[in-house]
Design a protein. Structure first.
Length: 300
């Protein structure tokens, strides 16, 4: 079989799913990028924007959550999730990092892909996008002491004294528009994606502190979250332009793209297309997550 995937039936069809969200950093965060001498740098992107039609383009730098790093955190959340047998899911499936099992029946590799070098490859069907911060805020460099375990108290040893290092941090309050896209997966398979997406939120980051939250709209306290389930890609995709630097403009754009003018419901159903918005989207992801726990993690 060309794809390596088994055939499904009408009761468990393959469809497409999208998750769109705006994350907010509730604390300073370090997202690893490069290391200079005694300095850990966060990942940033550079772009040119025009403040208005008459102005000349100017260069700006924004903090960045790498989609590949988010994907790695989500995969680890599945690998380390506890199973009713007392094992971790990765141990039960004999699937980890970098040694993935690449089996189509594995709830981890089935959606995130896997590789056994020289033997087999299973292409992942979940892709991650976005991550460019909204605000034009530079990372802030802070002094950090060397870990006490590394400091040597033996003065007789002719070793170099440990040198304190500096680390850059993304500052609190920055907004990060992100997206996850699942291609041709079943509802049962998407349950693992929903679980990993929600479970990864307090664990995102390269070092400590960790954790990020789904931002809320200041107008109605609804989470800035959209979930699409479809065969036909309809409606506008709530993807925020990296050129936007004002948080209010970003939130307004997200809400405008999520709904048509005149829409009042947070659930939209059209032929071959469904969309959940705000609290309805969060509840839908939590419902799928519960299905994953019941169908996979609670099985003996």
């Amino acid at each position: 079989m060309a794809t390596g995937l088994s055939k499904t039936d009408a009761k468990n069809p393959r469809i497409h799913f999208d998750i769109y969200a705006i994350f907010e950093g509730s604390q300073e965060l370090y997202f690893g990028h490069e290391v200079q001498v005694n300095v850990n740098l966060v990942e940033t992107v550079k772009l040119k924007i025009k403040d208005d039609l008459s102005s000349e383009p100017r260069s700006i730098e924004k903090c960045y959550i790498s989609p590949t790093k988010r994907k790695g955190v989500e995969r680890r959340c599945l690998i380390w999730s506890p199973v009713a047998t007392g094992e971790l899911l990765g141990d039960k499936q004999d699937c980890g990092i970098p040694k993935t099992c690449a089996k189509p029946e594995c709830p981890i590799c089935a959606v995130y892909g896997g590789l056994e070098p020289g033997k087999k490859t299973l292409i992942g069907r979940v892709t991650h996008g976005g991550g460019v911060a909204v605000q034009e805020m530079f990372a802030v460099e802070k002094q950090r002491a060397m870990h006490p375990a590394i400091i040597s108290n033996n003065l007789s040893k002719k070793e170099e004294k440990p040198i304190p290092f500096k680390r850059e941090y993304n500052q609190p309050g920055i907004l990060y528009p992100v997206s996850n896209h699942a291609l041709s997966i079943t509802d049962n398979e998407f349950a693992a994606v929903a679980y990993a997406f929600l479970d990864s939120l307090p664990r995102i980051g390269s070092g400590n502190p960790k954790g990020i939250a789904i931002a809320e709209s200041p107008d109605d306290s609804q989470p800035l979250l959209v979930v699409d389930r479809y065969l036909v890609p309809k409606r506008k995709r709530p993807v925020i332009s990296p050129a936007i630097t004002n948080p209010e403009d970003a939130i307004a754009a997200f809400n405008r793209l999520a709904k048509k003018s005149g829409d009042t419901s947070n659930y939209i159903q059209e032929q071959h297309f469904e969309r959940w918005i705000g609290d309805a989207a969060l509840e839908k992801l939590q419902e799928y997550s519960s299905n994953f726990v019941n169908a996979v993690l609670q099985q003996q």
